[in-house]
Design a protein around this ligand. Structure first.
Ligand code: AMP
Length: 116
């Protein structure tokens, strides 16, 4: 159960800079930021390896990841300027941690999206 890198962060077995937590979701700074603000939002419960593994019963949880990111952006004051959320799925998207997570990127113009 939750035996992924992010599971270990959730259990506080390895350190991370945690910036958000509620009953279901943990938010922490990405260790290799791709923008001035780069936070990962992950579900704390049962592991969903990729978005492709998610079931209809997990729709609310996935939506709450989005709203956690949006709320964080609003509170931190960069919602007005804008931000990007990304969820990588498997090889072609470069997914490296198989515990579904939402990237929140912000803090500067982010450029064109999707260039290979
Ligand atoms: P993805 O490539 O979409 O699977 O995203 C995984 C992200 O996890 C990458 O952006 C990594 O930089 C990040 N990452 C890997 N190890 C850690 C860690 N120990 N703490 C925080 N972020 C990490």
């Amino acid at each position: 159960m939750n035996d992924t890198l992010f599971g270990r962060i959730i259990r506080r077995e390895i350190p991370a800079t945690i910036v958000y937590e509620d009953d279901d979701i943990l938010g922490f700074k990405d260790i290799a930021p791709q923008a001035p603000v780069h936070v990962l939002f992950v579900p704390k419960g049962a592991v969903i390896p990729t978005l492709d593994d998610a079931t209809p019963e997990q729709a609310t949880l996935l939506g709450r990841l989005m709203l956690a990111a949006a709320g964080y952006a609003r509170r931190e004051g960069f919602a007005r300027d804008g931000y990007r959320v990304v969820m990588n799925c498997r090889e072609h998207a470069g997914q490296t941690v198989f515990h579904v997570h939402l990237h929140l990127l912000a803090g500067a113009p982010l450029g064109h999206f999707g260039t290979p």
